[in-house]
Design a protein around this ligand. Structure first.
Ligand code: NAP
Length: 490
């Protein structure tokens, strides 16, 4: 099946209601909101529009299931995740099509995200049975120190539109593995991938109430009462720094455990001694994965004076060779941005840079509708005060500046409120270590344009967030440490 028939089939295959306590149900007021195709602006379908009362009902379900789920054998928790991984893997094509329809990225990238999303379930299936503790003799020799780890409790999970499935599995996987129940709220622009995922978890045998899904067009009004309720003990959020700050404030009254995966402003640094072929390859990946709509997207290119012209020339050539269009079409590598506001923001940042003296080597404008497309763009001579040196571009725009020395580029790279990821290209090992150690970020791609890896701790510092997802520490975000002071009688 191809074309419109396949699209109808994957959309029809998703339940479009709230998933609460193991039951699909309409919003209490019967409301719905539309999901749009960003490539055409056409309505794909509509989904249930939860009210604040629905949010509390979902929290009730998570709270009710918590005690049972915490006691559920870790091996079985892991096996449910493993089965979910297998189902997702079997259905990668349908899930990828669904993702492309609601989010816009080209099908090959959606397949990549679905596989990446599934890997978090496989990884945390393995971690569920590795939750460790400790036993030690007190220093004075009379007592014993027992350390055990327990689930944090019911958790609220909020995810963005740019990676509609992977940002969910990166939270749901460790929550399930640790024995936490949850309520997850996907972004209103891309709810379908999460609804499909809820169906898969149920199919894999996840008991009722362990994961609950709430879709809403009023995220603030629905989530705040849940956060302030006090029964949820954890908030894990992926999204913008501005919303993250608000949620941290809301979490303060109940002193919630929080994990915040927020915005980025990644520098991509190329030294004269770099392998330039590899640097251009890595730059294309770091810039254009997800059409530039990624927290990890290279936002500022700093290229040493000796190679900057050649680097810019090659980037321009590569950017001009890309196919723009609906992500379902053959040969398309640049899909639409998520909405018109995103196009307008990218355009404003480009105009600002140009007005301050930057030069456009290619691109520099949006395309006429329908859909929300922006041309792959290369800019050079970016002045330090251009807004795009400080704000997430979130589009296919590569701003290139030159630098002379290591000290200069480190100062520029670190001159930002963000601290998620940096990319460094050099063949000088000493320099690599010197620079990587001084970059103020949670992750560095060294001679590599992609850092995302379920087996690695993903996360940022400064205003890019708090906590880590994935790797051996990912499950810690959903565990509390309890210590038993054991007295021994002689
Ligand atoms: P966003 O506007 O912050 O939204 C993220 C999520 O929060 C969505 O589900 C959104 O729902 C919800 N939300 C918005 N306002 C809320 C409120 N007052 N209370 C509760 N929930 C609220 O971010 P976005 O535009 O979707 O995503 C892009 C941002 O995410 C970028 O800054 C990007 O860097 C960041 N990001 C970070 C990572 C990371 O791992 N560090 C990964 C991916 C993306 P609605 O959209 O339905 O309102």
């Amino acid at each position: 099946m191809t074309g419109a028939a396949a699209e109808t089939k994957v959309i029809d295959g998703v339940a479009k209601e709230l998933y609460i306590g193991g039951a699909w149900q309409p919003a209490s007021g019967g409301g719905t909101f539309p999901v749009l195709d960003p490539a055409t602006g056409a309505e794909l379908c509509s989904v249930a529009d939860a009210s604040p009362a629905d949010g509390i009902a979902a929290l009730d379900a998570a709270v009710a299931a918590q005690r049972f789920w915490a006691k559920h054998p870790p091996r079985e928790r892991g096996e449910i995740l493993r089965r979910s991984y297998e189902i997702i893997t079997e259905r990668v094509d349908d899930l990828a099509l669904l993702m492309t329809l609601e989010m816009g990225k080209p099908l090959a990238e959606s397949r990549g995200e679905v596989a990446y999303a599934a890997e978090f379930f496989r990884w945390f299936a393995e971690e569920a049975v590795r939750i460790d503790g400790g036993y030690a003799v007190s220093p004075n020799g009379t007592g014993r120190v027992l350390v055990t780890r327990q689930p944090v409790g019911p958790s609220i999970l909020i995810t963005p539109w740019n990676f509609p499935m992977a940002m969910g599995t990166r939270k749901i996987g460790p929550a399930i593995a640790a024995g936490c129940t949850s309520v997850i709220k996907p972004a209103a622009q891309t709810p379908l991938s999460m609804l499909a995922l809820a169906g898969i978890l149920a199919e894999a045998g996840l008991p009722d109430g362990v994961v609950n899904v709430v879709t809403t067009s009023s995220s603030g009004a629905v989530m705040e009462p849940m956060i302030r309720d006090g029964r949820a003990r954890k908030l894990s959020f992926t999204g913008s720094t501005a919303v993250g700050r608000t949620l941290l404030q809301q979490s303060a009254d109940q002193v919630l455990r929080t994990s915040m995966e927020l915005g980025g402003n990644a520098p991509f640094i190329v030294f004269d001694d770099a392998d330039l072929d590899a640097a251009v390859e890595g730059a294309m990946l770091a810039k254009l994965r997800n059409i530039g709509e990624a927290c990890t997207a290279a936002n500022r290119f700093y290229v040493q004076q000796g190679v900057v012209d050649e680097f810019a020339r090659r980037m321009t050539e590569r950017m001009e060779s890309l196919g723009i269009g609906r992500g379902t079409e053959e040969g398309v590598t640049i899909g639409p941005l998520i909405d018109q506001a995103a196009v307008d923001k990218v355009d404003a940042l480009v105009s600002d840079a140009v007005n301050r003296g930057a030069t456009v080597l290619t691109g520099g404008s949006g395309l006429d509708g329908p859909g929300h497309f922006y041309r792959p763009t290369v800019l050079t001579g970016i002045p330090d005060d251009a807004r795009m040196t400080d704000e997430e571009i979130f589009g296919p725009v590569a701003p290139i500046s030159s630098f002379a020395t290591e000290e200069e580029v480190l100062a520029k790279a670190n001159d930002t409120q963000y601290g998620l990821v940096s990319y460094v290209y050099t063949t000088d090992f000493d320099r690599a270590l010197r620079v990587c150690e001084q970059l103020e970020v949670g992750m560095v791609g060294l001679n590599q344009g992609l850092v995302s890896n379920p087996a690695a701790p993903f996360g940022g510092i400064k205003h890019s967030g708090v906590g880590r997802e994935g790797g051996t520490v990912g499950i810690d975000e959903f565990l509390e440490t309890k210590y038993l002071a054991v007295g021994l009688r002689e």
